[in-house]
Design a protein around this ligand. Structure first.
Ligand code: 13P
Length: 287
């Protein structure tokens, strides 16, 4: 069931759990995430970065594939199709394409420009029934060629953006996309507590979910995080399972080269990763 993310995240906030956002890259990925959510009766968010959207030949293709798959797989749990770290133009394109949720990442603009663009996109999203996420304080690491240093968001700026009518807020608290470096200091929980106090009931979003230890995830949820975005960890488990299949020479046995066979271990590996995260985030049986 395709829906905006507003209700599922408000419920998560009051229920003290988080909904997982898993970014999709192709048909196998989408199917693996949807089936796992249905099996575990968990709400779920399918994230699409602008790069992954282009890779899958555009946002229209992605929206059509997700809608058709949601129907043919008889998915009954709430599913949001969400643009991850969208640009101003990308956010508008996803409203047109039939996404149910967008993120406008204005964290790299001066705060006044972030406010202006976010205000305009809140109106557009809500007019069309979509939920909208905004960001303050850029998330570190590399994604689609953009490298950030992992800023800690200013609570006053978070409050300003939260008051624009957005549905959930991504705030940098030292989190990084991709694998965490050895010398990573961990999440800044003092900053998170201040951001929660400044934004009151707003569901908060934790990006860079890959590799954050379970105790930090639980503490972040206690401090108001209601959505956690995981991407790299699914990519790593997919690659690992595919490598093992090929290294075992299975593609050389019978019709093991058939993509339906070749991609099957990776598909199962994504399912296992998504299951593990949903259990950790507490969203199982919350659909
Ligand atoms: P990871 O790739 O570190 O899991 O981060 C995902 C994310 O937050 C994408 O916006």
């Amino acid at each position: 069931m395709l829906v905006s993310a507003t209700e599922m995240l408000n419920k998560a906030k009051t229920g003290h759990y988080a909904v997982g956002q898993f970014n999709i890259n192709n048909l196998e990925w989408t199917k693996a995430v949807l089936l796992t959510a249905e099996e575990l009766k968990s709400p779920v968010i399918l994230g699409v970065s602008e790069g992954a959207g282009k890779y899958m030949t555009g946002f229209e293709t992605v929206a059509a594939m997700v809608k058709a798959m949601d129907k043919t797989l008889n998915i009954t749990v709430p599913v949001a199709l969400h643009l991850d770290h969208g640009s101003y133009e990308g956010a508008k394109a996803c409203v047109e394409a039939g996404f149910t949720s967008i993120m406008f990442d204005g964290s790299h603009y001066p705060i006044d420009e972030n406010v202006d663009k976010t205000t305009e996109l809140v109106e557009l999203a809500h007019k069309n029934g979509l939920s909208i996420e905004a960001e303050v304080g850029s998330i570190g690491g590399e994604e689609d060629g953009v490298i950030g240093a992992g800023e800690v968001a200013d609570p006053a700026e978070c409050k300003r953006i939260a008051e624009l009518g957005i549905d959930f807020l991504a705030a940098g608290i030292g989190n990084i996309h991709g694998k965490y470096p050895e010398n990573w200091k961990g999440l800044d929980f003092d900053a998170l507590a201040k951001i929660q106090a400044a934004t009151e009931g707003m569901p908060l979003v934790l990006h860079g979910g890959t590799g954050i230890p379970a105790d930090m995830i639980k503490k972040a949820i206690d401090l108001g995080v209601s959505k956690i975005n995981v991407n790299t960890e699914c990519q790593l488990s997919f690659a690992d399972a595919t490598r093992k299949y090929i290294e075992a020479g299975k593609d050389l046995q019978g019709k093991g080269f058939d993509p339906r066979k070749l991609l099957a271990p990776g598909f199962e590996a994504i399912k296992a990763t998504v299951k593990e995260k949903m259990e950790l985030f507490g969203s199982v049986n919350k659909a």
